[in-house]
Design a protein around this ligand. Structure first.
Ligand code: FAD
Ligand code: A2P
Length: 296
């Protein structure tokens, strides 16, 4: 793991945020998919903002809340490597789903404040950024580590950063030698965020990178219900169990809070077969800094 003193945190605080600028804002959901998810890039030139893969940043949306106070910040996982999408250390990227739901009482369509603000942000517009924050989702320093990633929806954000660092970039002091396995849950094929890039990596690194989708509204699980990532985990549980037991293996979970229970159920089944209590085992993995969860 990164040495604690090297981890950048709270370089910019809410009282004095970085005034950055939106550089690009692109739709990631293809035609026929559900909702809107944007890949958004921000300018860091001339600032002191720097970060590591797996950290998050805060966005303070424009405007005021119903009490006339400035909006509070919202956190977003960083979707780029520390070097940014252009590799020049001058940008940071996010992957943001616009929150929309029907109000439980009025039935009215409600749109989230910050995610709608980001969704509609035009290139060139100023943006208030805080952070970076987070030490839970950092990658191990060991280039021989194995990295299991389990994501739903925008939970892909930190894993995009990992995969770019593991396979896409070259570094004089870090060349990934381990295995990487991404389980990615989305509603429709059109919702597979970064699909072409993920599939290109899987094709280029077949011995090191495995890509497993769970497409909930198109695929069925063995019981005939929706295919969720926990069902893919259940299908692969023997191989996964063997991998998780290796000391060099780190497991990362990011996305919907609701997915944690299903993952525990799947892992419990495997653990039971080996006479192991999964919840205790998970605690031990956590203590060893090999089980990382960021759900929201
Ligand atoms: P708000 O206007 O704040 O509305 C949210 C509120 O709406 C909820 O608190 C709840 O009261 C209500 N609500 C929401 N859904 C429903 C519903 N179905 N029915 C009734 N009420 C409802 N988001 C991303 O898109 N990408 C990321 O990478 C990402 N990373 C995150 C990382 C961390 C560590 C955390 C904590 C959160 C992350 N989020 C991410 C979520 C993000 O911070 C915001 O919560 C999200 O964008 C919604 O903010 P908003 O301002 O649009 O919604
Ligand atoms: P569904 O919405 O069909 O029930 P997105 O953020 O793009 O909506 O993707 C989230 C994905 O996670 C969807 O496929 C969604 O399925 C799925 N999902 C919803 N609830 C759970 C859960 N409890 N465990 C695992 N996956 C879930």
């Amino acid at each position: 793991m990164q040495l604690k003193e090297k981890i950048p945190v709270n370089i910019y605080r809410p009282k004095e945020p970085l005034i950055s600028k939106c550089l690009t804002n692109e739709e990631l959901v293809q035609a026929g998919g559900e909702g809107s998810v944007r890949h958004i890039t921000f300018d860091l030139e001339g600032s002191n903002f720097h970060y590591l893969e797996g950290q998050s940043l805060g966005i303070i949306p424009e405007g005021t809340d119903e009490n006339g106070r400035p909006h509070k910040l919202r956190l977003y996982s960083i979707a780029s490597t520390r070097h940014g999408d252009q590799g020049d250390d001058q940008t940071v990227s996010l992957c943001v789903r616009q929150l929309e739901y029907d109000h439980p009482e009025t039935g009215e369509r409600v749109y989230g404040v910050c995610s709608s603000y980001l969704n509609q942000l035009q290139p060139g517009a100023p943006v208030k950024i805080t952070g970076p924050v987070g030490k839970e989702m950092l990658l191990p320093d060991d280039p021989e580590a194995n990295v299991i990633m389990i994501a739903t929806g925008t939970g892909i954000a930190p894993f995009r950063a990992y995969l770019w660092r593991l396979f896409q970039e070259t570094h004089p002091d870090y060349q990934f030698q381990g295995k990487a396995w991404l389980f990615f849950g989305v509603p429709y094929t059109a919702n597979i965020l970064y699909k072409d890039q993920l599939e290109a990596l899987a094709a280029q690194f077949p011995d090191q990178f495995q890509l497993t989708y769970a497409i909930s509204r198109e695929q069925k699980n063995a019981q005939g219900g929706k295919m969720y990532i926990q069902h893919r985990i259940a299908e692969q549980v023997d191989v996964l169990w063997e991998l998780i037991q290796q000391e060099k293996t780190h497991t990362y979970i990011c996305g919907l809070k609701g997915m944690e229970g299903g993952i525990d159920e799947g892992m419990s089944l495997a653990a039971q077969q080996h006479g192991i209590d999964w919840m205790q085992y998970r605690k031990d993995l956590k203590k060893a800094d090999r089980w990382h969860v960021e759900t929201y």
